[in-house]
Write a protein that binds this ligand. Structure first.
Ligand code: FES
Ligand SMILES: [Fe+2]
Length: 452
């Protein structure tokens, strides 16, 4: 398999992933990914403007949180279960500056989770000092409240923020849509690198006729030739089609061409036609990117479609979709961008494509993540994520495990696994899990300890 253009020299892992795909990989969505998401990360929780005078309830990674403003006006996050007898703090009130009062017996907590008043017990209650709600570290950036969901000390927020959001050349968080999808987080994540668009998104969605470069009328990719990894690093992998063929493909098993008709695609087009230059140099030649713990990027012309999946629980995901373009040059340019986003990009891609085509196929009850899967040449990037990136997640580095994942691996570096390495504890084969090329044991790397 030809896998050129990688820019970091880590070719062996990409090649072993491609070989694994050719042997029909059985790596499953939850082998190394926990059903409720990796925990040792910052995740976007809520736009800060939504937290005002009342406690706000939010579920993230299966944890119930209550958000409110602390004494300094910052958004604090506590466990929504009162440490007294378990009532929901979010049903209470923020009667006193910087606190939340439980609706049941009136114990009152500050932003650190400490009980600061026992309203109906007595003002000098000795019990107060014993009562503390779990507090989650929070940080506000660009009007978004981020919450550290880990058990260990948080990393600096910038380590987990997509670089585009703070790039002064780009529009950052300006074009944002937040919506709960009725699907486990792994599927909207997986589709960020699975190249399904060449089938699922081929239809005559009216928006596709209005693409400003009339892409609908150009020859389309009939088949991709599979997927190749274009580059990889510690936390992300980039992928592109391997050998695209335009127009029609002949399928001997069918004795037919597909697509059946291509008569309307009259404008010139070719593999290079992507509707614009890539926004960032590092994504040149890249169509799809996946980054730990749950971010994807799709390069669409001169914009980046960046999606950050925040597991609500096992069944639902709060999907943050950022659309990034270059900072406007002047007011007129800004108005044009706003029009483009609100009148075209949001309805055509985020709603008509993602929410009305993607989600329809994989929402709850429509896709069975419990059934065995076979991943092949279209899934090279996905195999890479499930097998290699997942095992580099901070949960494995800091906790030695990712709670809720089915397997317990040795930890990986970017070095390719060696066939014939001695088996490691925890790599025992699972029932129904035929050995795969990429299943060779990985070198065990000493875990990196949490930062102070
Ligand atoms: S349960 Fe919250 S004060 Fe009693
Ligand atoms: Fe899609």
């Amino acid at each position: 398999m030809d896998t050129p253009d990688r820019d970091n020299g880590h070719t062996r892992l990409a090649e072993s992933t491609t070989q694994e795909a050719h042997s029909a990989s059985q790596i499953g969505p939850f082998d190394y990914c926990p059903k409720q998401g990796f925990r040792e990360y910052w995740y976007p929780a809520i736009e800060a403007r939504h937290v005002r005078g009342k406690p706000v309830h939010l579920t993230m990674l299966g944890d119930e949180l209550v958000l409110f403003r602390d004494k300094a006006g910052r958004v604090a996050a506590l466990s929504d279960w009162c440490p007294h007898r378990g009532a929901r703090l979010s049903l209470g009130v923020c009667e006193f500056d910087g606190t939340v009062t439980c609706p049941y017996h009136g114990y009152t907590f500050d932003g650190t989770g400490q009980c600061v008043a026992a309203l109906i017990e007595r003002p000098d209650s000795p019990f107060m000092g014993k009562l503390r709600a779990r507090a989650y570290p929070t940080e506000e950036r660009m009007g978004i409240v981020f919450v550290w969901m880990g058990e260990t000390a948080p990393v600096p927020l910038d380590e987990d923020l997509p670089a585009e959001l703070s790039d002064p050349e780009l529009t950052g968080r300006r074009y944002l849509r937040v919506k709960v999808w009725e699907a486990n987080w792994t599927e909207p994540m997986a589709q960020g690198i699975d190249f399904h668009e060449f089938y699922l998104h081929r239809g005559v969605n009216v928006w596709r006729l209005f693409n400003y470069r009339l892409g609908f009328f150009r020859p389309k990719v009939a088949y991709t030739g599979g997927v190749r990894i274009t580059s990889e690093d510690e936390t992300s992998v980039n992928a592109a089609w391997a050998a695209p063929h335009f127009g029609q493909g002949y399928h001997p098993g069918l004795g037919a061409h597909w697509p059946r008709r291509v008569w309307w695609r009259r404008l010139a087009g070719g593999p290079q036609f992507r509707g614009g230059e890539p926004l960032l140099e590092r994504y040149r030649g890249v169509q799809h990117n996946v980054e730990l713990p749950s971010k994807i990027r799709v390069m669409i012309g001169a914009s980046i479609h960046l999606r950050w999946m925040v597991p609500v629980n096992e069944h639902d995901t709060r999907v943050w979709t950022f659309t990034l373009v270059r900072k406007p040059k002047n007011l007129l340019h800004a108005a044009g961008q706003a029009l483009w986003y609100h009148a075209y990009r949001k309805p055509s891609i985020i709603i008509a494509t993602n929410e009305q085509e993607d989600l329809v196929v994989f929402k709850r009850e429509r896709l069975n993540l419990e059934r065995p899967q076979k991943l092949g040449p279209l899934d090279v990037g996905l195999i890479y994520f499930r097998r290699h990136l997942a095992q580099r997640a901070r949960d494995y580095q800091r906790l030695g495990q990712a709670r809720g994942a089915l397997k317990s691996p040795g930890r990986t570096t970017l070095e390719a696994p060696q066939l014939g390495d001695a088996p490691q504890l925890g790599d025992a084969p699972q029932l129904g899990d035929e050995p795969q090329l990429g299943d060779a044991p990985r070198p065990l790397v000493v875990a990196r300890g949490p930062r102070a």
